[in-house]
Design a protein around this ligand. Structure first.
Ligand SMILES: [Fe+2]
Length: 117
């Protein structure tokens, strides 16, 4: 059975300040993300127990709970690596992020409109 673990932050709590305070980074990592990891592991145990005891009616709800907690875990994991204390501003092809700039322009019309939304 898979066991999920809370990944280490790729930087310290203060790395995204002043845009995101150290307290908010700590809250999202140590509370939110940790709770999603614990929830996924707890749900996996509950799923195994339900299967062992042939409580098939419980599976649908437990699978939804597992999807909820795993998406929280994965989205937070992506979130940590998409931010940087050195980042910000409009993505430009010259910076090697032309596909992102193109997708923003296609979906929102402009970076300004994207930022406004
Ligand atoms: Fe969060």
């Amino acid at each position: 059975m898979a066991v999920y673990t809370l990944p280490e932050l790729p930087y310290d709590y203060a790395a995204l300040a002043p845009v995101i305070s150290p307290e908010i980074v700590e809250l999202h990592h140590d509370k939110h993300h940790a709770a999603y990891v614990k929830g996924a592991n707890d749900t996996l145990e509950q799923l195994a127990e339900a299967r062992d005891k042939e409580r098939w009616a419980a599976l649908n709800g437990l699978e939804k709970s597992l999807a909820f907690h795993l998406s929280g875990h994965i989205l937070h994991s992506v979130y940590w690596h998409n931010m940087s204390g050195d980042g910000g501003g409009e993505p430009l092809a010259a910076d090697g992020v032309g596909e992102l700039a193109d997708a923003i322009a296609e979906s929102f019309g402009s970076f300004r409109a994207f930022k406004a939304q």
